[in-house]
Design a protein around this ligand. Structure first.
Ligand SMILES: [Zn+2]
Length: 224
């Protein structure tokens, strides 16, 4: 269904009749990791951060989820209204039968100092998280501002927007507590607690359609 929506319904809703539309959509199942490879180019050249390009962990459980490269899909319409404005990295879709969930997802591999707001900073004082929230909402609006695609989005049981964030210095190896090292053990407990569940940021209505916004900070796992 999502393929038909992206290859026909959405472009047609924007008055486009393109002969050939590129669409990169892959099926995901089980424990997977999504990557922001452009962002992580820096992580690998500098060698030091332990980042291994796994920006967001996800578990689909028994479901098969379609991962759409939304950024490259939208880019090919840059000469039309459909391609104008901000967009997010990925769309995740489970619309086989029950229309279980749709999620719009944007990833970043960045230090906390550029993700959190800081009024003293000249570039992007509101921080990357706020910027991504706006990108995600704009991506949703591309669908909800047209009747045919709004109906498709409204048909899902769950609608999420996800900010997947990895601090490149957060290691991928599990941390083992050391006997007698109280400070280190406290830190590990802190990591374990904060790493357990994605953070619900807020609920937002976009063109009258409700979305739930989450932050999934590595090594948290987003459970589909
Ligand atoms: Zn990275």
């Amino acid at each position: 269904m999502i393929r038909e929506i992206l290859l026909q319904t959405l472009p047609q809703a924007y008055g486009l009749n393109r002969g050939h539309i590129q669409l990169s959509a892959n099926e995901l199942a089980g424990s997977v990791a999504l990557s922001d490879t452009a962002r992580c180019a820096n992580c690998t050249t500098k060698q030091k951060p332990p980042c291994d390009k796994q920006t967001m962990r996800m578990n689909t459980s028994a479901a098969t989820v379609i991962l759409v490269d939304h950024e490259s899909y939208i880019k090919q319409f840059s000469d039309a209204q459909l391609g104008k404005g901000k967009n997010c990295d990925y769309m995740l879709v489970d619309d086989s039968g029950s229309n279980y969930k749709v999620a719009f997802c944007d990833l970043t591999c960045s230090l906390a100092k550029s993700v959190e707001p800081d009024e003293r900073r000249n570039s992007l004082p509101e921080g990357k998280r706020a910027k991504v929230m706006a990108q995600l909402a704009a991506s949703v609006r591309r669908f909800t501002s047209k009747d045919a695609t709004k109906a498709y989005i409204e048909g899902f049981q769950h609608r999420h927007c996800i900010f997947g964030w990895r601090d490149p210095f957060v290691s991928n190896s599990p941390v083992t507590p050391r006997r007698g090292d109280v400070d280190a053990n406290m830190m590990i407990m802190g990591v374990a607690t904060s790493g357990s569940e994605p953070l619900l940021l807020h609920h937002q209505e976009i063109d009258g359609v409700e979305f739930v916004f989450y932050q999934v900070k590595y090594p948290q796992v987003y459970n589909w």
